[in-house]
Design a protein around this ligand. Sequence first.
Ligand code: BGC
Length: 353
Amino acid sequence: MKKKFLSLLLAGVMVFSAALAGCAKKADSKKIGVSMPTKSLQRWNQDGDNMKKELEAAGFTVDLQFANDDVATQVSQLESMINGGCKVLVIAAINGGSLGTVLATAQEKKIPVIAYDRLIMDTEAVSYYATFDNYKVGQIQGNYIKDQLALDSTDGPYNIEIFTGDPADNNAGFFYNGAMDVLNPYIDAGKLIVKSGQRDFQSVATEGWKTENAQSRMEALISANYADGTKLDAVLCSNDSTALGVANALAASYTGEYPIITGQDCDKPNVKNMLEGKQSMSVFKDTRTLAKQVVEMVKAIMDGKEAPTNDNKTYNNGVKTVPSFLCEPVFADASNYKTILIDSGYYTEADIA
Ligand code: BGC
């Protein structure tokens, strides 16, 4: 009797654990790896959270990792996603050119890769790219400076300085070119003067997109060119983390009237600065839109279908032209922040108070 009970119990346990294993297998067959560069910048936290939420709502399980802006950490997180059975990898690269080796392993294991926001360079192993129209981001910034200084109807000359992003981020070149294609003719015509002479991409790049790097470069520019009361009319900043550094430097050591400062991302400290007149504009890239688009890509891949794209010519990674989906960037300033940031539910008033 006791024996019979024990064997029944054993059979029960076996059925139960087989069911559990089945569940785990089922869950694993829908596991997606999401690799984000860092938690230190607000947008990547939002990107990561939105991706996780949207993927889970679509029935996937998610391995979400942040790599602390350290390439070796990102590579080892990707290795563990590959070995952990992720079926698709979604990656916002820290250094677009440093993932070739780890992604070759993904390719061997037939794990498709979606480049998220930043293109992954010099590898076959990237199936799709989803981002915002990065060239257009730069154009919006360049046109803003052109319009605010009325470059077509006044003579100037006006003084400008230029800050772009990390050279290892393929986006930085697009932002820079988008803006400089608007501004270069006025610089060449002598209406805009870059007093520091620092104008080419390498000279105006900001390592790691870091606020402190932009701040120390701006401090040096002020003391060399604007400490004698020379007016600085505009600072082209490719994004909000660099704009913050520039604003900090100006607050510390520039005594003149505040220049026009551009930005991108609508980070909370920058929206506050816009409301206080310390940054003129930003470019809003709704991370919810991008996350939704990438989830559509993941779904299509998992269903064995082609993913939706709207640009199949712009983004060549050195090895192939990667089919891309470009979302629309939106101009933001103190006059429309309520509609695009508050009414849309992106922030609460308290977030930016
Ligand atoms: C993103 C920007 C961001 C920057 C710094 C770029 O690749 O497109 O939105 O401000 O990286 O993280």
